[in-house]
Ligand binder design. Structure first.
Ligand SMILES: [Zn+2]
Length: 278
C-alpha cells in the first residue's frame, strides 16, 4: 500500500526491516528509490503503480547494501542510478563468480528464500559530483556523504521538502558506521555525514529514513541530534542514552543492541591498535 508523505511523494513500507521504498511522481512516471526487499512486496508495489497508471521511469539506490539495491522484473527496466562509488562497489561485488552466495549469506534467514537476486545491484553510476537525478520530474538533489556506506547519498526532493535519507536518521536503527570506511576513522566520517545532512535541514519538512517511521518538522533536526549523540557516546566510550537500544526496545528489534555492542567492540579494537588510551 502506498502512503502519501508530501505532495507527489509516496512511501511503500515493508514489514520485516521496516524498509521504506519512496516513489516521487514525475511527468510521465515515477522515480523509485530503494524498492524493497521481498519479491512479493516489490510486485505489490508494481501493481499499485500500474493501477495508478504510473510506470517507473527511473530508479535510485541510496547505497550499495543488499536491502537497497534489489529490483523486480514487474517494476520494468528503467535506468537505476546511484552514485559512482555506489555503482563501482556493486560492480566489483557482482564480478565475483560467487557473488550470489555471498549476498545470500547476509540475508535474514526468515526471508532469504523470498529475496529475488536476479536484478540485484544493477545500478548505473552517475559521474561524481552529479547534482541532481537525471529524470523528467521535480528536482531531486543528490546529497552524497560519508558515514554508513561507500557512495551513500540522501536525496532531497527540493520542491516538496522531502529528504530520503537512506540508512541515516532512523528511529529504529542506531547509526551503523562504515568501518573502516575510506579514511579509517569511521566515527569522524559519521559526524561529517551528519553535518552534511544538517546543512540541508533548512530545506527539509519531512525525512523518510530507509528504515522506520517518517519524521516531520522539528523531528528532522531531532533525529540528526539523536544520531550525533549516539556517535559521540561511542567515540567517548560512554553508554548512549538511546531508546533504540534500550532499556525497553520494541519486540523484534533487540538485535539492534547487538549491532551497538559490535560497534563498541570494534572501536575498542581500533583504539588498542592505534595505541590510543581508552
Ligand atoms: Zn538498510
Amino acid at each position: 500500500m502506498l502512503m502519501q508523505v508530501a505532495e507527489g511523494v509516496l512511501v511503500h513500507r515493508s514489514e520485516l526491516l521496516r524498509n521504506n521504498a519512496v516513489v516521487v511522481q514525475g511527468r510521465a512516471g515515477v522515480l523509485l528509490v530503494d524498492p524493497g526487499i521481498r519479491g512479493e512486496e516489490m510486485a505489490c508495489l508494481a501493481r499499485d503503480l500500474s493501477e495508478l497508471g504510473r510506470p517507473v521511469v527511473a530508479g535510485f539506490a541510496t547505497h550499495p547494501d543488499w536491502d537497497h539495491v534489489l529490483w523486480h522484473a514487474d517494476l520494468g527496466d528503467a535506468p537505476r542510478y546511484g552514485t559512482a562509488r555506489c555503482a563501482a562497489y556493486l560492480r566489483d561485488l557482482r564480478s565475483d563468480p560467487d557473488w550470489r552466495a555471498r549476498v545470500a549469506e547476509g540475508l535474514p534467514p526468515e526471508i532469504a528464500e523470498e529475496v529475488p537476486l536476479d536484478l540485484f545491484g544493477l545500478v548505473t553510476g552517475l559521474p561524481a559530483g552529479t547534482a541532481r537525478v537525471p529524470w523528467d520530474g521535480p528536482r531531486v538533489r543528490i546529497v552524497e556523504h560519508p558515514a554508513h556506506a561507500p557512495g551513500h547519498a540522501a536525496l532531497l526532493v527540493e520542491e516538496r521538502g522531502v529528504l530520503v535519507a537512506g540508512d541515516m536518521l532512523s528511529d529504529v536503527l542506531v547509526p551503523m558506521l562504515d568501518d573502516p570506511g575510506d579514511t579509517g576513522y569511521p566515527v569522524e566520517d559519521y559526524l561529517v555525514g551528519l553535518q552534511v545532512l544538517e546543512g540541508v535541514a533548512d530545506d527539509v519538512d519531512v525525512v523518510v529514513p530507509g528504515h522506520g517511521s517518517v519524521g516531520r518538522g522539528a523531528r528532522v533536526r531531532a533525529r540528526i541530534e539523536q544520531d550525533r549523540a549516539y556517535v559521540r557516546a561511542l567515540r567517548d566510550g560512554r553508554a548512549p542514552d538511546d531508546p533504540r537500544i534500550g532499556p525497553s526496545v520494541e519486540p523484534g528489534w533487540e538485535w539492534v543492541r547487538d549491532v551497538h555492542a559490535g560497534q563498541v567492540r570494534s572501536l575498542a579494537r581500533r583504539r588498542a591498535q592505534d595505541g590510543i588510551p581508552g
